[in-house]
Write a protein that binds this ligand. Structure first.
Ligand code: ADP
Ligand code: ASP
Ligand code: MG
Length: 438
């Protein structure tokens, strides 16, 4: 069985929902994972924000605006009065439920419930449309099987067992629709897999049922060789190794959520990135195979802070790096890049929550210097060190850009450059011009 995930833009308008239904009604049995309609999760977060700030009027206004959008959508999507009525009744319950949060206390538990309603609505609407059009489909609620453990990691054993029960209770369906993003935590409370987490849901479901393929359908024809939001003339990459895809997703290629790669890779299930707006386009296949000796793509990760510690006394002395890393560990702050020299070490972090405390403690070891508003530019491909010339080409492309750190050799797939955020667009374009369009 295949797993197909459709993102927010793919279900964002009545026409897009109809296009999705055309794609999933080919007679093959499948699980379809849906995101919320685009913009909905942002609105639900805005509603929660108002409620945290004890502004129920603000929340009510956002709820009412969203409700109007959904009502209009229903009118355009369904052809029969029966399904229009049925869906409007369901949505009325949903929006009344949202309105009920404007009274009473508001904590992160209520917030988690609110932000997950987008997926609940989109999946009900698409299922109703499938049923109206006479298709053999059913909805299996993600909250019945998607669960994280006490470490907030997905509980794959639980997911496997409970999903099996859901499928067995609904035998012989062509299409099983379910929600991306939402789950329960180890205590059974409603939770989610973080923003953009529907990709993760699809990958976990794929691993749980040992799917033959996981398809991530979005608004672009696969992973491009550079970020199309900032760079002219990007092109899709036909094949990526799981590890190349993981590097790109982690370092900012928004098309794929960083957590999505691991479950599929572990289960050995190929992932295809496909375009709902151009279903015939080849897209990108992510698997254990790769095109050797080639730079594939470039990505950028924002909001990076560089920290440099200089000490003539003890740097690189036995045990010194461990002490430095322990400070980051004690503040649950992970390090992205590291470079060392005889008298100093530089690291980069993307979580500034405990920056002041970390810097305070690091000062015990030497002089500390912090550079904020940086970004990591990551060049990805089959960059095994015997393949000569790749790092030279990448560095040559960035010859006019001030580079704060360079990291190469951490894996066979990545060269990273730390630069100022102001130079990001120029750096990405220079890399595309030199590496892909020369
Ligand atoms: P969805 O809502 O379907 O999950 P996303 O917005 O999360 O879609 O991801 C698709 C977007 O990712 C594209 O519209 C594109 O702007 C952006 N993107 C960033 N980097 C890349 C890249 N290297 N290749 C393709 N798309 C990218
Ligand atoms: N709807 C959620 C979000 O906007 C999850 C997803 O789209 O993947 O983040
Ligand atoms: Mg996404």
């Amino acid at each position: 069985m295949k797993v197909l995930k459709f993102g927010g833009t793919s279900v964002g308008t009545p026409q897009r929902m109809k296009d999705v239904v055309k794609l999933i009604t080919d007679g093959e049995q499948k699980i379809v994972v849906l995101s919320a309609m685009s913009g909905t999760t942002n609105s639900l977060i805005e509603i929660s924000d108002y409620l945290y700030k004890k502004n129920p009027e603000g929340a009510m206004e956002t709820i009412n605006t969203l409700e109007q959008k959904y009502k209009k959508h229903v009118d355009e999507l369904y052809t029969t009065d029966e399904y229009k009525k049925k869906t409007l009744e369901f949505l009325k319950q949903e929006f009344d439920y949202l309105r009920s949060f404007t009274k009473g206390i508001f904590t992160m538990f209520e917030e988690k419930i609110i932000v997950g309603q987008g997926e609940i609505m989109s999946t009900n609407m698409v299922t109703n449309y499938l049923l109206e059009q006479g298709h053999n489909a059913t909805l299996i609620p993600a909250l019945e099987f998607m669960r994280t453990d006490k470490n907030a990691e997905p509980d794959l054993q639980y997911i496997r067992e409970k999903l099996k029960v859901q499928l067995e209770e609904n035998p012989g369906k062509e299409i099983y629709i379910t929600q991306g993003f939402i789950c329960r935590n180890a205590y059974g409370e409603v939770d989610n897999l973080q923003r953009g987490g529907s990709d993760y849901s699809a990958s976990l479901i794929g691993a749980a049922i040992e799917a033959s393929e996981i398809q991530i359908w979005t608004d672009i024809d696969g992973m491009h060789n550079n970020d199309p939001r900032f760079v002219d003339k990007t092109a899709p990459v036909s094949h990526l190794h799981f590890e190349e895809a993981a590097e790109l997703a982690y370092f900012g290629a928004k098309i794929l959520h960083p957590t999505c790669v691991q479950p599929a890779k572990f289960a050995g299930i190929p992932v295809k990135l496909l375009n709902t707006m151009d279903p015939e386009a080849a897209g990108t296949v992510i698997s254990n195979e790769t095109e050797a000796k080639k730079i594939k793509a470039v990505a950028a990760k924002d909001n990076i802070t560089a920290i440099n510690i200089t000490s003539s006394r003890m740097l690189l002395a036995h045990g010194f790096l461990r002490k430095v890393f322990e400070i980051f560990e004690s503040y649950k702050t992970s390090i992205d890049m590291i470079t060392t020299s005889e008298v100093g070490v530089s690291v980069s972090i993307d979580n500034k929550t405990n920056l002041n405390s970390i810097v305070d403690e690091l000062k015990k070891f030497g002089r500390v210097n912090v550079d904020e508003d940086m970004c990591i530019i990551c060049v990805v491909g089959d960059l095994e060190w015997h393949n000569v010339g790749f790092e030279a080409k990448a560095t040559e492309a960035l010859k006019d850009i001030p580079v704060r750190m360079i990291s190469y050799g951490g894996s066979n797939h990545n060269i990273s450059f730390l630069i100022s955020a102001d130079d990001k667009k120029r750096a990405l374009q220079a890399l595309s011009d030199k590496l892909f369009n020369a």
